[in-house]
Design a protein around this ligand. Sequence first.
Ligand code: NAD
Ligand code: DAU
Length: 339
Amino acid sequence: MKILVTGGAGFIGSNFVYYLLKKYPEYKVVCLDMLTYAGNLETLEDALKNENFTFVKGDITDRDFVFDLFSSEGFDVIVNFAAESHVDRSIEDPGVFLKTNILGTQVLMDASREYPVKRFHQVSTDEVYGDLPLDRPELFFVEDTPLHTSSPYSASKASADLLVLSYFRTFKLPVTISRCSNNYGPYHFPEKLIPLMISRALKDESLPVYGKGENVRDWLYVEDHCSAIDLIIHKGRVGEVYNIGGHNERTNLQVVKTILAELGKPESLIHYVTDRPGHDMRYAIDPTKIKEELGWEPETKFDDGIKLTVKWYLEHKSWWENILNGEYQNYFDKMYQDR
Ligand code: NAD
Ligand code: DAU
């Protein structure tokens, strides 16, 4: 079995690479990644020592390059993680989100038609469903909840989902789609809530909470996302969408306070800042379909996963400090100054 993991130098893709190499020592795993600001070869240092793993630097929107790669490698399965993934950046500059997330997916699917694969799996997000109100806790996203996006990021992911389903119906491409809730864990880029708060709290810097901090996210430990995708690519039905989430809803303020307690830092570090435009209020996944059809169960509860995550960031300071010492500071100043 030869699997192409696009975006494998990013947060979830790299965790998936390690998951595959450990669980299937006989599989060949190829990572295609452009190494944007979010991609990091240091993350794949251990994988690169494995003879069944190959890293290829390249852009999923580069049609000739992608077709050459598919022609020479002959992949069985494609798992497409490659994307622009940060909502705040999509509000600043939507163009690259449309290019990578929509056109990049199209190029990969065209190559999968030309050089047939057994499965094309699209890694999507619960953000395609829009948001839920705080005063209706009984509501959850199910697979046929209408798509109703809020940000250029989520609109680009929803567009890609529709394109993927169209390739199934029109061209019989054997596709699956997963829509997962917010992930956290090792190798999470420190522009996102949890690693941003951990890395700043460790330096006794202020913690920028958007609005009142009452928005709710449904947090899933990244390894549980990997195990769900593993089940879908091996046993999922083609043409189907599977929601992934483990009922770990928390307000942002609860998350930040948990991190502060774990690090023994004061709540006075919290600093309320201007809200994100169009900020989604609540995400909550109903994972019944993947549980009943594929027997998937998440293993890590939020209270345990956040401890593991804080520990990982404490033990891997050089990984995130290298990031903070690069272009990141300009990003942070641009996004948070005057906020
Ligand atoms: P990330 O930003 O950490 O990583 C994205 C990776 O894609 C990076 O390594 C980057 O270099 C690569 N990439 C970007 N543009 C590329 C291009 N044109 N060609 C090749 N590689 C390119 O993202 P993540 O958080 O790991 O998310 C991975 C996927 O999972 C995304 O599709 C995202 O929409 C989806 N997702 C993320 C979450 C989450 O909580 N992070 C939840 C659900 C779904
Ligand atoms: O739900 C899945 C999605 O989760 C993925 O599709 C996205 O790729 C991923 O980035 C994530 O999107 P969010 O917008 O939910 O994640 P983020 O970490 O950016 O923000 C989480 C919450 O925290 C959100 O309500 C905004 C808030 N926040 C975020 C940052 C970066 C703050 O209050 N302060 C911050 O500095």
